[in-house]
Design a protein around this ligand. Structure first.
Ligand SMILES: Cc1ncc(COP(=O)(O)O)c(C=O)c1O
Length: 415
């Protein structure tokens, strides 16, 4: 549960304790909002948790969306006795119990997202998506089978997945669960629904929208699933601030100070590399590193953040990028409209020459990257040519506080 008593803690003023072994007493494991009625008032939400509670009665905090996904899928796995019954029901006979379960994921997905499935011994099975980021429902149908326990859809970059209902109908037909992955944008609302809450279960990552070290929210909407859902020791909020929190605050402060000075910023990046290592760790190692509860700093920041101000600001910068794209022939926004309620994670654009745009924007002090690093199987299989193309050509233009709308207007010509 979100421990509101932490409101009294000043994350910066209090000296953080060095991160070390943590026992149960250090964590607040209570699940938030359970038995607390949703209060859909017109009053401006006071903070992030208040905002979320307008849409759901209960939710669970985690350190990472991937670990939340693991706990959710673990709850979906049939027990030995369920398996026998369900096999008899589906096939009129018992099947050997060592069948391998699978979960369907879109091919356009970061390489570490399938790791929790592998940990559970579940096969990640990738389905094809279109250049508009929609699942190919025909491909979903080709891959789904009697061993599929769930189908995941992604609300890319904070925009609702338009083909979700069609995928949901396949999930219903095959009697498997639907997971609404809204890792990208905690505050996006579409047709009155908070994204991430429209499946049997869903996740959203706090650190992708707010300046916090880690954190995710898990939603379990299906009643039966909720009864089986057991939170691992990576759920809840840490009881104390840690060395990792201090490192996050320190690094962020330096980065902000250097943001307008690209030369110095590059030098700081190389010092950072010397301390923390260069390159990106393999996906399994990143998943292991994510196995920790929600940081106390994350919870404190979220309990003091005005969600509407964050959303308005991101939307304003997003519109500035749309204007800049309209003046360019080399980049095209993936989402040319910004419907009401959407809180974009970034402004994703398809660039003909992504390297050139990236270099120009980096020189202007704007941090831009392609997204995502694909799983090896997707990267190497010709069937996933669209996901490969998107991973090489889609640039995530920032809309967070590090970039001002006026700055976007002035660099627009660089696109
Ligand atoms: C679509 C998607 N789902 C899930 C995740 C996992 O979220 P987290 O980093 O909080 O574990 C990510 C992370 O990049 C993501 O992009």
């Amino acid at each position: 549960m979100t421990d509101r008593s932490m409101d009294a803690v000043d994350p910066i003023a209090r000296s953080p304790e060095i991160e070390g072994s943590m026992d149960a007493a250090d964590r607040d494991d209570r699940s938030p909002g359970i038995d607390r009625p949703t209060h859909r008032s017109n009053r401006r939400p006071a903070d992030i948790f208040d905002f979320v509670e307008r849409y759901v009665d209960d939710y669970w905090l985690y350190g990472s969306g991937k670990v939340a996904l693991r706990d959710v899928v673990a709850a979906m796995l049939p027990s030995q006795s369920d398996r026998a019954v369900c096999r008899r029901r589906r096939f009129g006979r018992e099947e050997p119990s060592d069948r391998r379960w699978n979960v369907l994921l879109p091919a356009y997905v970061p390489d570490a997202v399938p790791e929790p499935l592998r940990e559970l011994g579940v096969e990640p099975r990738y389905y094809v998506i279109s250049p508009e980021l929609k699942p190919s429902v025909a491909d979903v149908r080709r891959r789904v089978d009697g061993d599929t326990i769930a189908i995941v859809t992604i609300d890319y970059f904070g925009f609702p997945q338009p083909a979700r209902e069609r995928v949901a109908s396949v999930a219903r037909e095959y009697d498997c669960y639907l997971v609404d992955d809204n890792a990208h944008a905690t505050l996006s609302v579409s047709d009155g629904h908070l994204l991430g809450t429209r499946g049997d279960a869903g996740v959203t990552s706090l650190w992708k929208t707010f300046p916090v070290p880690n954190g995710a929210i898990c939603y379990v909407r299906n009643e039966a699933l909720r009864g089986r859902f057991e939170q691992s020791d990576c759920s809840g909020v840490r009881g104390t601030l840690t060395g990792a929190d201090a490192r996050f605050v320190f690094t962020r402060a330096i980065r902000r100070a250097l943001d307008r000075r690209p030369g110095l910023s590059r030098r700081f990046a190389s010092v950072e590399e010397r301390f923390y290592g260069a390159g990106v760790a393999p996906p399994a190692a990143r998943y292991e590193a994510a196995k920790r509860p929600c940081s106390k700093l994350t919870a404190v920041v979220c309990a003091r953040t005005d969600p509407i101000a964050v959303r308005d600001r991101r939307r304003q910068t997003y519109r500035a990028w749309l204007d800049a794209c309209a003046r360019s022939t080399g980049v095209r926004p993936l989402f040319g409209d910004l419907p009401e309620g959407i809180c974009p994670q970034c402004a994703p654009v398809e660039a003909d020459r992504p390297g050139r745009v990236r270099n120009r924007l980096t020189a202007a002090g704007i941090d831009v990257h392609t997204w995502p690093r694909l799983p090896t199987l997707v990267r190497e299989t010709p069937t996933y040519a669209t996901a490969q193309y998107l991973a090489d050509h889609v640039l995530a233009l920032p809309v967070d506080r590090r970039v001002q709308p006026e700055q976007v207007a002035s660099v627009g010509a660089s696109l």
